[in-house]
Design a protein around this ligand. Structure first.
Ligand SMILES: [Ca+2]
Length: 164
């Protein structure tokens, strides 16, 4: 009996430990809190401002596990970006072409399995024209560079400490 009780407590503790408690409107994806902001598509700076209003920032994706979990979450939440809009995330090479950083100041991982390809050409491929990172709707939500002035939905993450 005591043993069974201990197992139940352990199971409950494990659930709490691996699943974040997220404030509204964020949703827990394992230990992270994300919000797919589908009110309206915005330019990258405005998308960032919207996330910061919600005590977060555009999402920063440090590991391929996080990217996989996030993409699975987008599909499963049935909130895939409507129309052809992608999701902006918190990566940019604005001001230093080719040097991609997350808004928390960490360098972005380059290449596979983070960045996608367009017609066999590895992303990022937009040079000076495209300086803001998105999860590309038309390429299974791999990371692409896009114009910061284009319109996309904000993918917010709670608790990101902004350095940029
Ligand atoms: Ca660029």
């Amino acid at each position: 009996m005591a043993h069974k009780m201990r197992c139940l407590l352990l199971a409950a503790f494990t659930l709490v430990a691996t699943r974040a408690l997220c404030p509204e409107p964020y949703e827990a994806v394992k230990s992270k809190c994300y919000y797919l902001e589908l009110e309206e598509p915005r330019q990258w700076d405005e998308a960032r401002t919207r996330c910061q209003e919600l005590d977060g920032d555009l999402a920063v994706i440090h590991t391929c596990d996080d990217l996989g979990d996030l993409v699975r979450h987008i599909h499963m939440s049935q909130e895939e970006a409507p129309f052809n809009f992608s999701f902006f995330v918190g990566g940019t090479d604005r001001g230093d072409e080719g040097a991609w950083y997350w808004v928390d100041g960490t360098p972005m991982n380059m290449g596979l399995p983070y960045w996608g390809q367009t017609d066999g050409v590895h992303e990022p491929s937009g040079g000076e024209e495209q300086n803001c990172a998105e999860l590309n709707k038309n390429n299974r939500y791999y990371i692409h560079d896009g114009e910061c002035e284009k319109y996309a939905f904000a993918l917010c993450q709670y608790g990101v400490v902004a350095k940029l």
